[in-house]
Ligand binder design. Structure first.
Ligand code: SF4
Length: 360
């Protein structure tokens, strides 16, 4: 089925940066020295990132990795990190890693008092929606997302008026305000299943026009969408992929469904970041190219020895706002706290939980 694309808007994050520090109290800022104790404690981490981080650089990173891991205990905090985080975050300090769906599910199981979300703002909001009684921190409140910023709650209300009775599925990459206006959430790993679960002949799948187009190719449901796009994935082209095939004979190409449909068509497999990781682990190609954000290949290389990664590099500037030193600041200063209006949160939770509770 073809997709119909509609138009655009903007919602901004909400914050209450000082409250958490008042509630949890101050802690001393750790000394950041590369001592023998730090070297020993961080040696297993370095083993996982040594193919990416030269030995002479490790003494500059290790003290912060160690300090964060100690502070997590003191603050009773858990760190959720998206697959696009840098390797020192992904391997060094994260308790849970994964794609948006995995992180959303894990957020519901977190028994720590504090969640530090190493990812972008909508992910931290999703964790807060699912854990309204916990403190959720994001190390950089300006870590946004081109998809989340492409649509507002008012835009969704406009769609309801324009398409009465058509169910609205929102990609998880949206603000809480937008989720609160929608019937159900989806991620790139379950979008087809979510769309078909509604039993409707026509569905609005917002705001990613490319995800919607890729879903439409796999279902008989008519998919209407919005003019949003991921600024990282929309830049890949089918021609670029064909050039890589010429330069790297035998390379397997796997793409994220936020890429344009012609890119997905050119790939050997398409799936969410978690789906891509599973595909590489199961198929063990000699050479593979992940058509997604750069850090993915870095992060999974140590888990897939023998696989050669061809690295087309499109960085997500929002994800890269999250750094080790900002995570340390977040835990020392208990900032920036993510606040979601309780009424919005309760409505958004219905949409997120509907997705989580879908039988796979
Ligand atoms: S990679 Fe794309 S979808 Fe993910 S946070 Fe960055 S801009 Fe948003």
């Amino acid at each position: 089925m073809a997709t119909t694309i509609i138009s655009a808007g903007l919602d901004r994050p909400k914050t209450n940066a000082r409250t958490a520090l008042d509630r949890y109290g101050t802690v001393a800022r750790p000394e950041l020295a590369y001592t023998a104790e730090v070297a020993e404690a961080t040696a297993p981490v370095y083993e996982k990132v040594k193919h990416l981080i030269p030995e002479f650089e490790w003494p500059a990173l290790a003290p912060t990795v160690h300090a964060i891991n100690e502070l997590k205990k003191e603050r009773n905090a858990v760190i959720l990190a998206h697959n696009y985080m840098t390797p020192e975050i992904y391997h060094g300090i994260a308790d849970i890693v994964g794609d948006s769906l995995q992180l959303a599910k894990e957020a519901t199981r977190a028994d720590a008092d504090v969640i530090v979300q190493c990812g972008v703002h909508f992910m931290a909001e999703t964790s807060k929606i699912l854990n309204p009684d916990k403190t959720v921190l994001i190390p950089d409140m300006n870590a946004g997302c081109s998809l989340a910023e492409s649509i507002t709650a008012a835009d969704v209300r406009g769609l309801r008026e324009k398409y009465p009775g058509v169910p609205i599925v929102t990609y998880v990459n949206t603000s809480a305000d937008v989720k609160a206006e929608c019937d159900i959430c989806c991620t790139s790993s379950n979008a087809v299943q979510v769309v078909e679960s509604l039993g409707a002949p026509r569905v609005l799948l917002i705001p990613d026009q490319f995800l919607a187009a890729n879903v439409a190719r796999q279902t008989d449901v008519e998919v209407l969408t919005w003019a949003g796009a991921c600024e990282v994935h929309e830049r890949f082209t089918a021609e670029e992929l064909r050039e890589y095939r010429d330069i790297e004979p035998g390379v397997k190409i796997i793409a994220h469904p936020e890429c344009p449909p012609e890119v997905v068509e050119e790939a050997d497999f398409a799936g969410s970041t978690a789906g891509m990781i599973d595909w590489v682990k199961v198929n063990r190609p000699e050479k593979v190219m992940l058509v997604t954000e750069c850090s993915m290949a870095d992060n999974i290389a140590s888990e897939t020895p023998g696989v050669d990664y061809v690295r087309p590099c499109n960085l997500c500037p929002h994800m890269k706002r999250i750094t080790l030193s900002k995570v340390l600041d977040a835990l020392v200063e208990m900032k920036d706290e993510v606040i979601v209006d309780p009424e919005i949160s309760a409505r958004a939770r219905v949409a997120v939980e509907r997705m989580i509770n879908l039988k796979s």
